[in-house]
Design a protein around this ligand. Structure first.
Ligand code: CS2
Length: 491
């Protein structure tokens, strides 16, 4: 089988969509930090459509800040790769050509800084996951004890973090008299632009107060809401894509058909016409962020912990359990939707129906273990926010408390059969220590975990209705196991 390559596009199967534009005429206008599967299934696809519409200045330089793996796979393909959209009808394939080049941060930080300082670069976009902003999720402040931030303060010209690269590149651009780029976060963080802004300004100020002020006065950090379910690519996916593509793609991405992108219109130095590709450009992204983060990502986290405990490997497997679906829907209806204030014309009921449908798609093997990762970073946005707001109004938080109890049961690192497993979380060691101290005593576990202030702030451990509800649920999870506990209350 030949390999995916620009010279072989005409030999691909006829049903495959390929870049309908001359890639050699495209200039690079965007540096994207974090070329994970999600970015390649989302922003690259929108940008590819804009390029197919005739734009020539918005090619993407993809950056991996972890290591060379993705670059080494994509470079021989001249950065072409396949997006395989999976539905009940099978898969449809599209070869995306927006990525023009790739750089690997740790391999040559200076080369990346030079690229970021090129005046042609007008946008630096980011998908670094929640933990990539090196902040304390509960307080929303930059964590100056973070090893990456400490390193970037000590040697700013050899950055390691997203925050460090953006700050140093902006400082060099200011010193060279080049206009700053716009910084666009595309992560699942509430007010992601504001978090990115806070992180970059905090580091900039610590480096030099005047520079911090300059960033604050001159750099735009639009907020965005991004959505497309994109599981990690597996060897099976690679084989299936190869069979239908008619060429071997070393690193395709698989995703659901649905995609959505809501972007705050705040790009003083220009942007691609992403609206031509279906993005919604709005003055205020906040209501859309709430709607998506709390309903979709909140439900995802809920199912990932309860599902992992019950041995359900994927979200689609969770959706085969009627009690789990009932729980998800009840939590959204009773405790999440009432926290939203949506603009007129947005049909939240239809949105929730579509979520149930999307999660049920059996062609998407989205592993509960993947979503369960980094819960300490995800819970504050997804679950603790609505809990806090509802407590302040004296409203019920019972379903949300089950998510917190399931997270606590999960991060003990011992499954329902007594088998130990590794918890993937930046504070896994701290979480394990708490579990070791508390043993299997639910009340002691609740007390220990609620004291983790980066997740629960300093207030939730004192909110008695919440503490009690979590304790009742954790007792039930230990007594019956997750599947039976959910069946008992929602079956
Ligand atoms: C998921 C998200 O892994 C997770 O935490 O909830 O990646 C989710 O699939 C995306 O936000 C969907 O747009």
């Amino acid at each position: 089988m030949s390999k995916l390559h620009p010279d072989g596009l005409l030999q691909l199967r006829t049903a495959v969509e390929v870049p309908a534009y001359n890639r050699t005429k495209i200039g690079v206008g965007i540096v994207h930090l974090g070329v994970g599967a999600f970015h390649r299934a989302h922003q690259e696809v929108y940008t590819d459509t804009v390029l197919a519409g005739g734009s020539t200045e918005w090619g993407i330089c993809g950056v991996d800040l972890m290591g060379p793996e993705v670059r080494d796979k994509l470079a021989p393909q001249e950065y072409l790769y396949t997006v395989a959209t999976q539905s009940l009808k099978g898969q449809s394939l599209r070869v995306v050509g927006a990525m023009q080049e790739m750089l690997v941060g740790p391999e040559d930080p200076e080369a990346l800084l030079v690229r970021m300082c090129d005046p042609a670069i007008r946008i630096v976009s980011i998908t670094a996951t929640e933990k990539g902003y090196c902040h304390d999720p509960a307080s929303g402040k930059l964590n100056f004890d973070h090893p990456g931030i400490k390193a970037d303060l000590a040697t700013p010209d050899r950055p390691t973090t997203v925050v460090g690269y953006v700050a140093t590149a902006l400082r060099r651009r200011r010193d060279a008299g080049t206009q700053p780029f716009t910084v666009m976060s595309c992560d699942n963080l509430f007010q992601n632009g504001k978090i990115a802004r806070m992180a970059v300004i905090s580091l900039a100020e610590a480096l030099d107060a005047k520079f911090g002020k300059w960033v604050s006065d001159n750099v735009a950090f639009p907020c965005t809401m991004v959505d497309r379910i994109t599981p990690t690519t597996t060897p099976d996916d690679i084989a299936r894509v190869e069979a239908d593509l008619g060429a071997a793609d070393a690193w395709p991405v698989v995703c659901e058909p649905f995609m959505q992108w809501v972007i705050e219109d705040n790009f003083p130095t220009g942007r691609p016409a992403w609206e031509d590709a279906g993005a919604e450009i709005v003055a205020d992204v906040e209501p859309f962020e709430y709607m998506k983060l709390r309903h979709l990502n909140g439900s995802h986290s809920a199912l990932s912990y309860l599902g992992s405990l019950a041995g359900y490997e994927t979200i689609a497997a969770c959706m085969e359990d009627e009690a789990y679906v009932k729980f998800m829907r009840t939590m959204m209806d009773e405790e999440i939707t009432p926290t939203l204030d949506m603009p007129e014309g947005v049909d939240v009921e239809a949105y929730k129906d579509s979520l149930v449908e999307r999660f049920t798609n059996p062609a998407i093997k989205h592993r509960t273990a993947q979503i369960a990762m980094d819960g300490s970073q995800k819970l504050p946005n997804r679950i603790c926010g609505p809990v806090r707001e509802r407590l302040a109004e004296g409203r019920s938080i019972s379903h949300l408390a089950l998510v917190v109890a399931a997270w606590m049961r999960f991060v003990t690192g011992v499954d329902e059969n007594g088998k130990s497993f590794d918890v993937a979380d930046p504070i896994a060691a701290q979480l394990k220590k708490i579990a070791d101290k508390a043993g299997n005593d639910p009340a002691a576990l609740v007390k220990g975990y609620l004291a983790v202030s980066e997740v629960f702030g300093d207030d939730l451990r004192k909110a008695w209705p919440f503490v009690d509800a979590v304790t009742v649920w954790l007792n039930l999870l230990y007594a019956k196991g997750a599947a039976a506990a959910v069946a008992e209350r929602y079956g």
